[in-house]
Design a protein around this ligand. Structure first.
Ligand code: GCU
Length: 514
Protein backbone atom coordinates (compact mmCIF):
# COMPACT_ATOMS: atom_id res chain seq x y z
CA UNK A 1 0.00 0.00 0.00
CA UNK A 2 2.78 2.39 1.05
CA UNK A 3 4.49 1.62 -2.23
CA UNK A 4 1.38 2.48 -4.19
CA UNK A 5 0.98 5.78 -2.35
CA UNK A 6 4.61 6.66 -3.01
CA UNK A 7 4.28 5.73 -6.64
CA UNK A 8 1.18 7.87 -6.90
CA UNK A 9 3.05 10.77 -5.33
CA UNK A 10 5.94 10.32 -7.75
CA UNK A 11 3.53 10.41 -10.66
CA UNK A 12 1.84 13.52 -9.32
CA UNK A 13 5.25 15.12 -8.90
CA UNK A 14 6.18 14.11 -12.40
CA UNK A 15 3.07 15.28 -14.06
CA UNK A 16 1.64 18.17 -12.15
CA UNK A 17 3.31 21.29 -13.48
CA UNK A 18 3.50 20.25 -17.12
CA UNK A 19 2.79 23.83 -17.88
CA UNK A 20 -0.70 23.74 -19.13
CA UNK A 21 -0.35 20.51 -21.07
CA UNK A 22 -3.30 19.18 -19.06
CA UNK A 23 -5.43 21.94 -20.49
CA UNK A 24 -4.53 21.18 -24.09
CA UNK A 25 -6.72 19.30 -26.50
CA UNK A 26 -5.48 15.83 -27.36
CA UNK A 27 -4.63 17.05 -30.90
CA UNK A 28 -2.47 19.83 -29.49
CA UNK A 29 -0.75 17.43 -27.14
CA UNK A 30 -0.14 14.91 -29.94
CA UNK A 31 1.32 17.56 -32.18
CA UNK A 32 3.64 18.78 -29.40
CA UNK A 33 4.71 15.21 -28.69
CA UNK A 34 5.45 14.59 -32.36
CA UNK A 35 7.50 17.78 -32.60
CA UNK A 36 9.29 16.86 -29.34
CA UNK A 37 10.27 13.52 -30.90
CA UNK A 38 11.36 15.16 -34.16
CA UNK A 39 13.52 17.76 -32.44
CA UNK A 40 15.03 15.16 -30.19
CA UNK A 41 15.79 12.85 -33.13
CA UNK A 42 17.38 15.67 -35.06
CA UNK A 43 19.58 16.64 -32.09
CA UNK A 44 20.71 13.01 -31.85
CA UNK A 45 21.59 13.15 -35.52
CA UNK A 46 23.58 16.37 -35.14
CA UNK A 47 25.53 14.69 -32.35
CA UNK A 48 25.92 11.40 -34.28
CA UNK A 49 24.17 9.47 -31.54
CA UNK A 50 22.42 6.34 -32.70
CA UNK A 51 21.08 5.12 -29.37
CA UNK A 52 20.35 6.60 -25.96
CA UNK A 53 19.83 4.57 -22.81
CA UNK A 54 16.17 4.79 -21.84
CA UNK A 55 15.09 6.91 -18.88
CA UNK A 56 14.36 5.14 -15.60
CA UNK A 57 10.79 4.59 -14.56
CA UNK A 58 9.48 5.70 -11.18
CA UNK A 59 7.41 2.48 -11.13
CA UNK A 60 9.33 -0.03 -8.98
CA UNK A 61 7.56 -2.95 -10.68
CA UNK A 62 8.94 -2.50 -14.18
CA UNK A 63 12.38 -3.76 -15.25
CA UNK A 64 13.98 -0.37 -15.90
CA UNK A 65 12.86 1.22 -12.65
CA UNK A 66 14.81 3.94 -10.90
CA UNK A 67 17.45 2.89 -8.42
CA UNK A 68 16.69 3.56 -4.77
CA UNK A 69 19.50 1.44 -3.38
CA UNK A 70 22.10 3.66 -1.73
CA UNK A 71 24.78 1.01 -2.31
CA UNK A 72 24.38 1.39 -6.07
CA UNK A 73 23.91 5.16 -6.09
CA UNK A 74 27.48 6.39 -6.46
CA UNK A 75 29.04 4.57 -9.40
CA UNK A 76 31.63 7.18 -10.37
CA UNK A 77 34.95 7.53 -8.64
CA UNK A 78 34.93 11.13 -7.46
CA UNK A 79 33.36 14.44 -8.18
CA UNK A 80 35.45 16.85 -10.27
CA UNK A 81 37.62 18.84 -7.87
CA UNK A 82 36.35 22.40 -7.62
CA UNK A 83 39.70 23.75 -6.51
CA UNK A 84 41.91 22.22 -9.20
CA UNK A 85 42.05 23.63 -12.71
CA UNK A 86 41.81 21.40 -15.74
CA UNK A 87 45.56 21.67 -16.08
CA UNK A 88 45.98 20.39 -12.54
CA UNK A 89 46.77 23.69 -10.85
CA UNK A 90 45.57 23.99 -7.29
CA UNK A 91 43.35 27.00 -6.52
CA UNK A 92 44.10 28.46 -3.15
CA UNK A 93 43.14 32.13 -3.42
CA UNK A 94 39.90 33.94 -4.13
CA UNK A 95 41.61 35.72 -6.99
CA UNK A 96 42.57 32.51 -8.79
CA UNK A 97 39.03 31.18 -8.25
CA UNK A 98 37.54 34.22 -10.00
CA UNK A 99 40.19 34.42 -12.72
CA UNK A 100 40.97 30.81 -13.48
CA UNK A 101 38.71 28.13 -12.08
CA UNK A 102 35.30 29.81 -12.13
CA UNK A 103 35.47 30.72 -15.84
CA UNK A 104 36.41 27.09 -16.61
CA UNK A 105 33.35 25.83 -14.77
CA UNK A 106 31.07 28.38 -16.44
CA UNK A 107 32.42 27.34 -19.83
CA UNK A 108 31.81 23.63 -19.13
CA UNK A 109 28.34 24.16 -17.71
CA UNK A 110 27.35 26.31 -20.65
CA UNK A 111 28.81 24.10 -23.36
CA UNK A 112 27.90 20.67 -21.99
CA UNK A 113 24.96 21.08 -19.63
CA UNK A 114 22.71 24.13 -20.04
CA UNK A 115 23.88 25.72 -23.30
CA UNK A 116 25.44 29.06 -24.02
CA UNK A 117 23.74 32.37 -24.51
CA UNK A 118 24.02 33.23 -28.19
CA UNK A 119 25.87 36.48 -29.04
CA UNK A 120 23.03 38.18 -30.79
CA UNK A 121 20.22 38.07 -28.22
CA UNK A 122 18.04 41.12 -28.94
CA UNK A 123 17.12 43.87 -26.51
CA UNK A 124 14.07 43.83 -24.28
CA UNK A 125 11.97 46.95 -23.76
CA UNK A 126 9.87 46.98 -20.60
CA UNK A 127 6.51 48.60 -20.48
CA UNK A 128 4.30 49.11 -17.42
CA UNK A 129 0.87 48.10 -18.66
CA UNK A 130 -1.10 48.60 -15.44
CA UNK A 131 -0.27 50.17 -12.08
CA UNK A 132 -2.74 49.23 -9.37
CA UNK A 133 -2.91 50.18 -5.72
CA UNK A 134 -4.18 47.29 -3.67
CA UNK A 135 -4.32 45.84 -0.18
CA UNK A 136 -3.18 42.41 0.88
CA UNK A 137 -4.56 41.90 4.35
CA UNK A 138 -3.77 45.31 5.86
CA UNK A 139 -0.69 45.92 3.80
CA UNK A 140 -0.96 48.62 1.13
CA UNK A 141 0.84 47.58 -2.01
CA UNK A 142 1.58 48.87 -5.44
CA UNK A 143 1.29 46.36 -8.25
CA UNK A 144 2.82 46.81 -11.69
CA UNK A 145 1.92 44.56 -14.58
CA UNK A 146 4.93 44.57 -16.85
CA UNK A 147 5.59 43.32 -20.33
CA UNK A 148 9.10 42.97 -21.69
CA UNK A 149 8.86 43.14 -25.44
CA UNK A 150 11.79 41.49 -27.17
CA UNK A 151 13.00 43.29 -30.29
CA UNK A 152 12.02 40.93 -33.10
CA UNK A 153 12.93 43.17 -36.01
CA UNK A 154 15.42 40.54 -37.22
CA UNK A 155 12.68 37.89 -37.42
CA UNK A 156 9.23 39.48 -37.11
CA UNK A 157 7.23 36.25 -37.35
CA UNK A 158 8.26 35.25 -33.81
CA UNK A 159 7.11 37.49 -30.99
CA UNK A 160 8.34 37.21 -27.43
CA UNK A 161 6.66 39.22 -24.69
CA UNK A 162 7.85 38.48 -21.17
CA UNK A 163 5.14 38.72 -18.53
CA UNK A 164 6.06 39.88 -15.07
CA UNK A 165 4.13 41.28 -12.11
CA UNK A 166 5.90 43.39 -9.51
CA UNK A 167 4.29 43.75 -6.10
CA UNK A 168 5.80 46.14 -3.53
CA UNK A 169 4.57 47.03 -0.03
CA UNK A 170 4.20 50.78 0.48
CA UNK A 171 3.93 50.76 4.26
CA UNK A 172 7.68 50.34 4.64
CA UNK A 173 10.61 52.56 3.88
CA UNK A 174 11.95 51.68 0.43
CA UNK A 175 13.63 50.72 -1.67
CA UNK A 176 12.80 47.15 -0.68
CA UNK A 177 14.36 43.78 -1.46
CA UNK A 178 12.44 41.74 -4.02
CA UNK A 179 12.15 38.00 -4.50
CA UNK A 180 11.66 37.13 -8.15
CA UNK A 181 9.72 33.88 -8.50
CA UNK A 182 9.20 31.73 -11.57
CA UNK A 183 5.45 31.33 -11.76
CA UNK A 184 2.20 32.80 -12.98
CA UNK A 185 1.86 36.57 -12.67
CA UNK A 186 -1.49 37.80 -11.36
CA UNK A 187 -2.89 40.78 -9.48
CA UNK A 188 -3.06 39.84 -5.79
CA UNK A 189 -6.27 41.79 -5.02
CA UNK A 190 -7.35 44.05 -7.90
CA UNK A 191 -8.64 47.38 -6.68
CA UNK A 192 -12.37 47.78 -7.31
CA UNK A 193 -14.81 50.65 -7.75
CA UNK A 194 -16.32 52.08 -4.57
CA UNK A 195 -20.01 51.46 -3.74
CA UNK A 196 -20.86 54.83 -5.21
CA UNK A 197 -18.98 54.10 -8.41
CA UNK A 198 -20.68 50.70 -8.57
CA UNK A 199 -24.03 52.50 -8.57
CA UNK A 200 -23.19 54.56 -11.65
CA UNK A 201 -21.67 51.52 -13.29
CA UNK A 202 -24.90 49.59 -12.77
CA UNK A 203 -27.00 52.52 -13.90
CA UNK A 204 -25.14 52.81 -17.22
CA UNK A 205 -25.09 49.07 -17.67
CA UNK A 206 -28.87 48.81 -17.21
CA UNK A 207 -29.41 51.66 -19.68
CA UNK A 208 -27.19 49.98 -22.20
CA UNK A 209 -29.01 46.67 -21.82
CA UNK A 210 -32.38 48.36 -22.30
CA UNK A 211 -31.10 50.09 -25.41
CA UNK A 212 -29.95 46.74 -26.76
CA UNK A 213 -33.15 44.95 -25.81
CA UNK A 214 -36.15 47.08 -24.67
CA UNK A 215 -37.69 44.01 -23.00
CA UNK A 216 -35.00 44.36 -20.34
CA UNK A 217 -36.81 47.42 -19.01
CA UNK A 218 -39.68 45.28 -17.67
CA UNK A 219 -37.21 42.88 -16.19
CA UNK A 220 -35.24 45.54 -14.35
CA UNK A 221 -38.49 47.11 -13.15
CA UNK A 222 -39.56 43.77 -11.78
CA UNK A 223 -36.37 43.59 -9.65
CA UNK A 224 -35.68 47.25 -8.86
CA UNK A 225 -33.09 46.49 -6.18
CA UNK A 226 -31.09 44.13 -8.36
CA UNK A 227 -27.59 45.19 -9.49
CA UNK A 228 -26.26 43.04 -12.33
CA UNK A 229 -22.64 44.07 -11.70
CA UNK A 230 -21.39 43.14 -8.27
CA UNK A 231 -18.11 43.61 -6.47
CA UNK A 232 -15.67 40.75 -6.07
CA UNK A 233 -15.11 39.89 -2.44
CA UNK A 234 -12.62 42.53 -1.35
CA UNK A 235 -9.98 42.28 1.34
CA UNK A 236 -11.51 41.62 4.72
CA UNK A 237 -9.36 43.59 7.12
CA UNK A 238 -10.92 41.95 10.13
CA UNK A 239 -10.61 38.34 9.03
CA UNK A 240 -8.31 36.38 11.32
CA UNK A 241 -5.18 35.07 9.60
CA UNK A 242 -5.52 31.47 8.40
CA UNK A 243 -4.12 28.75 10.58
CA UNK A 244 -0.58 27.80 9.71
CA UNK A 245 1.66 29.73 7.37
CA UNK A 246 0.41 32.63 5.33
CA UNK A 247 0.94 32.24 1.58
CA UNK A 248 4.53 32.90 0.49
CA UNK A 249 3.63 36.21 -1.13
CA UNK A 250 1.90 37.47 2.01
CA UNK A 251 4.81 36.42 4.22
CA UNK A 252 7.14 38.40 1.97
CA UNK A 253 4.98 41.51 2.06
CA UNK A 254 4.56 41.27 5.82
CA UNK A 255 8.35 41.13 6.11
CA UNK A 256 8.71 44.30 4.05
CA UNK A 257 9.81 42.49 0.92
CA UNK A 258 8.42 42.96 -2.55
CA UNK A 259 8.08 40.12 -5.01
CA UNK A 260 7.93 39.68 -8.76
CA UNK A 261 6.40 36.74 -10.56
CA UNK A 262 7.83 36.06 -13.98
CA UNK A 263 6.19 33.64 -16.40
CA UNK A 264 8.67 31.11 -17.82
CA UNK A 265 6.46 30.13 -20.75
CA UNK A 266 6.39 33.74 -21.94
CA UNK A 267 10.18 33.49 -22.32
CA UNK A 268 10.46 29.96 -23.66
CA UNK A 269 7.88 27.18 -23.96
CA UNK A 270 8.34 24.16 -21.75
CA UNK A 271 8.73 21.59 -24.52
CA UNK A 272 11.08 20.85 -27.42
CA UNK A 273 8.36 21.71 -29.88
CA UNK A 274 8.82 25.28 -28.67
CA UNK A 275 12.52 25.42 -29.46
CA UNK A 276 11.78 26.96 -32.82
CA UNK A 277 9.77 29.70 -31.13
CA UNK A 278 10.17 31.69 -27.90
CA UNK A 279 13.45 33.49 -27.32
CA UNK A 280 15.48 30.48 -28.51
CA UNK A 281 13.52 30.31 -31.76
CA UNK A 282 13.61 34.08 -32.26
CA UNK A 283 17.39 34.24 -31.99
CA UNK A 284 17.67 31.18 -34.21
CA UNK A 285 15.23 32.59 -36.73
CA UNK A 286 12.91 29.64 -36.35
CA UNK A 287 15.63 27.06 -37.04
CA UNK A 288 16.60 24.17 -34.80
CA UNK A 289 19.20 24.81 -32.17
CA UNK A 290 22.82 23.68 -32.30
CA UNK A 291 24.16 21.34 -29.59
CA UNK A 292 26.02 23.96 -27.56
CA UNK A 293 23.40 26.73 -27.41
CA UNK A 294 20.90 27.41 -24.64
CA UNK A 295 18.12 25.14 -23.55
CA UNK A 296 14.97 26.27 -21.75
CA UNK A 297 16.60 26.47 -18.29
CA UNK A 298 19.28 28.85 -19.56
CA UNK A 299 16.64 30.81 -21.48
CA UNK A 300 14.44 31.16 -18.38
CA UNK A 301 17.50 32.39 -16.47
CA UNK A 302 18.18 34.91 -19.24
CA UNK A 303 14.57 36.10 -18.98
CA UNK A 304 14.91 36.51 -15.21
CA UNK A 305 17.98 38.67 -15.78
CA UNK A 306 15.98 40.84 -18.18
CA UNK A 307 13.33 41.16 -15.45
CA UNK A 308 16.14 42.31 -13.15
CA UNK A 309 17.12 44.92 -15.78
CA UNK A 310 13.67 46.40 -15.29
CA UNK A 311 13.86 46.19 -11.48
CA UNK A 312 17.12 48.15 -11.63
CA UNK A 313 15.19 51.05 -13.11
CA UNK A 314 12.37 51.00 -10.54
CA UNK A 315 13.01 53.28 -7.56
CA UNK A 316 10.76 51.17 -5.31
CA UNK A 317 13.19 48.26 -5.61
CA UNK A 318 16.61 47.77 -4.05
CA UNK A 319 18.20 46.15 -7.08
CA UNK A 320 21.18 44.99 -5.02
CA UNK A 321 18.85 42.82 -2.99
CA UNK A 322 16.94 40.90 -5.63
CA UNK A 323 16.61 37.15 -5.09
CA UNK A 324 15.49 34.33 -7.34
CA UNK A 325 13.15 31.49 -6.40
CA UNK A 326 11.63 28.46 -8.05
CA UNK A 327 10.41 24.93 -7.33
CA UNK A 328 10.93 21.72 -9.27
CA UNK A 329 11.88 22.51 -12.89
CA UNK A 330 11.77 26.16 -11.86
CA UNK A 331 14.01 25.26 -8.92
CA UNK A 332 16.52 24.09 -11.54
CA UNK A 333 15.97 27.38 -13.39
CA UNK A 334 16.44 29.39 -10.18
CA UNK A 335 19.77 27.68 -9.50
CA UNK A 336 20.95 28.21 -13.07
CA UNK A 337 19.92 31.87 -12.75
CA UNK A 338 21.77 32.44 -9.50
CA UNK A 339 24.85 30.62 -10.80
CA UNK A 340 25.09 32.32 -14.17
CA UNK A 341 23.45 35.72 -13.65
CA UNK A 342 25.61 37.27 -10.98
CA UNK A 343 23.49 40.36 -10.22
CA UNK A 344 21.00 38.19 -8.34
CA UNK A 345 21.91 38.53 -4.68
CA UNK A 346 20.31 35.48 -3.11
CA UNK A 347 18.47 32.30 -4.10
CA UNK A 348 15.84 29.93 -2.76
CA UNK A 349 16.18 26.70 -4.69
CA UNK A 350 13.14 24.48 -4.15
CA UNK A 351 13.05 20.72 -4.82
CA UNK A 352 15.18 21.10 -7.91
CA UNK A 353 16.31 17.48 -8.37
CA UNK A 354 18.28 16.29 -11.37
CA UNK A 355 19.45 19.16 -13.56
CA UNK A 356 19.27 21.32 -10.42
CA UNK A 357 21.05 20.78 -7.12
CA UNK A 358 21.21 16.98 -7.32
CA UNK A 359 24.41 15.37 -8.52
CA UNK A 360 24.20 14.22 -12.14
CA UNK A 361 26.56 11.38 -11.25
CA UNK A 362 24.22 9.94 -8.63
CA UNK A 363 22.14 7.05 -9.82
CA UNK A 364 19.19 7.46 -7.49
CA UNK A 365 15.65 8.35 -8.52
CA UNK A 366 15.61 10.46 -11.64
CA UNK A 367 18.59 9.65 -13.88
CA UNK A 368 20.54 11.61 -16.47
CA UNK A 369 18.81 9.33 -18.98
CA UNK A 370 15.48 10.89 -18.02
CA UNK A 371 16.78 14.35 -18.85
CA UNK A 372 18.24 13.20 -22.15
CA UNK A 373 14.85 11.86 -23.30
CA UNK A 374 12.48 13.64 -25.67
CA UNK A 375 10.24 14.90 -22.85
CA UNK A 376 12.90 16.84 -20.92
CA UNK A 377 15.98 17.41 -23.08
CA UNK A 378 14.75 20.87 -24.14
CA UNK A 379 15.68 22.02 -20.62
CA UNK A 380 19.31 21.26 -21.32
CA UNK A 381 21.91 21.97 -23.99
CA UNK A 382 21.78 19.50 -26.88
CA UNK A 383 25.30 18.41 -25.87
CA UNK A 384 23.90 16.98 -22.66
CA UNK A 385 22.43 14.13 -24.72
CA UNK A 386 25.93 12.74 -25.11
CA UNK A 387 25.91 11.63 -21.49
CA UNK A 388 22.96 9.36 -22.10
CA UNK A 389 24.39 7.83 -25.30
CA UNK A 390 24.87 4.09 -25.53
CA UNK A 391 25.92 4.09 -29.19
CA UNK A 392 27.38 6.94 -31.21
CA UNK A 393 30.37 8.00 -33.27
CA UNK A 394 32.14 8.68 -29.93
CA UNK A 395 31.05 5.43 -28.31
CA UNK A 396 29.05 5.61 -25.10
CA UNK A 397 29.16 8.09 -22.25
CA UNK A 398 27.57 8.34 -18.83
CA UNK A 399 27.21 11.05 -16.21
CA UNK A 400 30.67 10.02 -14.95
CA UNK A 401 32.07 11.60 -18.13
CA UNK A 402 30.60 15.03 -17.40
CA UNK A 403 33.38 17.56 -16.83
CA UNK A 404 31.31 19.22 -14.07
CA UNK A 405 28.62 18.33 -11.57
CA UNK A 406 25.98 20.16 -9.60
CA UNK A 407 28.31 20.96 -6.68
CA UNK A 408 30.05 23.21 -9.21
CA UNK A 409 26.79 24.93 -10.11
CA UNK A 410 26.13 25.71 -6.44
CA UNK A 411 29.74 26.88 -6.14
CA UNK A 412 29.16 29.36 -8.99
CA UNK A 413 26.64 31.07 -6.68
CA UNK A 414 29.32 31.63 -4.00
CA UNK A 415 29.67 33.74 -1.96
CA UNK A 416 26.07 34.81 -2.46
CA UNK A 417 23.56 33.33 0.01
CA UNK A 418 22.02 30.17 -1.44
CA UNK A 419 19.27 28.20 0.30
CA UNK A 420 18.73 24.64 -0.90
CA UNK A 421 15.25 23.47 0.04
CA UNK A 422 13.43 20.14 -0.10
CA UNK A 423 10.37 18.51 1.39
CA UNK A 424 9.81 14.88 2.34
CA UNK A 425 8.75 11.89 0.21
CA UNK A 426 5.90 10.99 2.58
CA UNK A 427 4.25 14.29 1.69
CA UNK A 428 4.97 14.17 -2.04
CA UNK A 429 8.50 15.49 -2.46
CA UNK A 430 9.39 12.15 -3.98
CA UNK A 431 12.68 10.30 -3.53
CA UNK A 432 12.82 10.64 -7.31
CA UNK A 433 14.33 14.08 -6.62
CA UNK A 434 17.21 12.58 -4.64
CA UNK A 435 17.35 14.92 -1.66
CA UNK A 436 20.49 13.16 -0.50
CA UNK A 437 22.32 13.79 -3.79
CA UNK A 438 21.53 17.48 -3.38
CA UNK A 439 22.81 17.48 0.16
CA UNK A 440 26.06 15.90 -1.03
CA UNK A 441 26.43 18.57 -3.71
CA UNK A 442 25.76 21.32 -1.17
CA UNK A 443 28.36 19.88 1.20
CA UNK A 444 30.91 19.62 -1.61
CA UNK A 445 30.22 23.17 -2.86
CA UNK A 446 31.18 24.51 0.56
CA UNK A 447 34.91 24.57 -0.26
CA UNK A 448 34.35 27.50 -2.58
CA UNK A 449 32.26 29.42 -0.03
CA UNK A 450 35.06 28.95 2.48
CA UNK A 451 37.71 30.00 -0.02
CA UNK A 452 35.79 33.24 -0.65
CA UNK A 453 35.49 33.97 3.06
CA UNK A 454 31.81 33.03 3.26
CA UNK A 455 30.20 30.44 5.51
CA UNK A 456 29.11 27.07 4.19
CA UNK A 457 26.96 24.51 6.01
CA UNK A 458 29.46 24.38 8.85
CA UNK A 459 30.44 20.79 8.10
CA UNK A 460 33.45 19.25 6.46
CA UNK A 461 33.27 19.14 2.68
CA UNK A 462 33.52 15.38 2.56
CA UNK A 463 30.32 14.62 0.68
CA UNK A 464 30.72 10.88 1.13
CA UNK A 465 31.08 11.15 4.87
CA UNK A 466 28.67 13.89 5.98
CA UNK A 467 25.22 12.58 6.80
CA UNK A 468 22.05 14.31 5.66
CA UNK A 469 20.31 15.55 8.82
CA UNK A 470 16.73 14.56 9.66
CA UNK A 471 14.02 16.77 8.19
CA UNK A 472 13.22 20.04 9.95
CA UNK A 473 16.86 20.42 10.96
CA UNK A 474 17.96 24.02 10.40
CA UNK A 475 21.29 24.35 8.68
CA UNK A 476 20.88 28.06 8.34
CA UNK A 477 23.98 29.56 9.87
CA UNK A 478 25.86 30.02 6.64
CA UNK A 479 25.63 31.79 3.30
CA UNK A 480 25.03 28.28 2.09
CA UNK A 481 21.93 26.89 3.78
CA UNK A 482 20.09 23.58 3.74
CA UNK A 483 16.67 22.73 5.09
CA UNK A 484 14.40 19.80 4.35
CA UNK A 485 10.96 20.73 5.64
CA UNK A 486 8.19 18.32 6.54
CA UNK A 487 5.89 19.30 3.66
CA UNK A 488 5.58 18.24 0.04
CA UNK A 489 6.78 19.39 -3.38
CA UNK A 490 6.98 23.08 -2.51
CA UNK A 491 9.28 25.49 -0.69
CA UNK A 492 6.41 27.17 1.14
CA UNK A 493 7.17 25.71 4.61
CA UNK A 494 10.72 27.04 4.30
CA UNK A 495 9.75 30.65 3.51
CA UNK A 496 9.54 31.61 7.16
CA UNK A 497 13.12 30.38 7.52
CA UNK A 498 14.32 31.89 4.28
CA UNK A 499 13.22 35.45 5.06
CA UNK A 500 15.16 36.06 8.31
CA UNK A 501 18.14 34.16 6.92
CA UNK A 502 18.17 36.33 3.76
CA UNK A 503 17.63 39.53 5.80
CA UNK A 504 20.69 38.71 7.82
CA UNK A 505 22.97 38.25 4.83
CA UNK A 506 21.50 41.10 2.80
CA UNK A 507 21.54 43.45 5.78
CA UNK A 508 17.86 44.34 5.48
CA UNK A 509 15.71 45.55 8.29
CA UNK A 510 12.12 46.47 7.60
CA UNK A 511 11.19 50.00 8.65
CA UNK A 512 7.48 50.60 8.88
CA UNK A 513 6.33 54.08 7.89
CA UNK A 514 4.13 55.48 10.65
C1 GCU B 1 9.41 15.63 -13.12
C2 GCU B 1 10.84 15.66 -13.56
C3 GCU B 1 11.67 16.57 -12.67
C4 GCU B 1 11.02 17.94 -12.60
C5 GCU B 1 9.58 17.81 -12.20
C6 GCU B 1 8.79 19.12 -12.28
O1 GCU B 1 9.34 15.03 -11.83
O2 GCU B 1 11.32 14.34 -13.52
O3 GCU B 1 12.98 16.68 -13.16
O4 GCU B 1 11.71 18.77 -11.72
O5 GCU B 1 8.90 16.94 -13.07
O6 GCU B 1 7.63 19.04 -11.98
O7 GCU B 1 9.27 20.16 -12.64
Amino acid sequence: MKRIVCLFLVCVTMLSPLNGQFFMSSEERDSINTLNQQNHASMMKQLEITALRPGRSPNPDVPNHANYDELLANPCAELPDLLTTKKGKEISTAESWWKERRPELVEDFEREVYGRLPNNVPEVKWNIEVTDREFVRRIPIVVKKLVGKVDNSAFPSIEVNINMMLVVPTNVKGPVPVLMMFGRPSFPAPAQPSRKEMESLNKSFKEMMIQYDPAMKTLFEKYPAYSPITRLPGPNFFAPPPEGDLPTTEQLLAAGWGYATIEPASIQADNSAGLTSGIIGLVNKGQERKPEVWGALRAWAWGAARGLDYLETDTLVDANKVGIEGVSRYGKAALVTLALESRFAVGLIGSSGKGGATLHRRVFGEAVENLTGAGASHWMAGNYLKYGASASSFGSKTACDLPVDSHGLIALCAPRPTFISYGIPEKGDALWLDQKGSFMATVAAGVVYKLLGAKDLGLSNDYLKEIMPPYNTDMLDGHLAWRQHDGGHTDWPNIKHFIPWANQWLGYEKQVIR
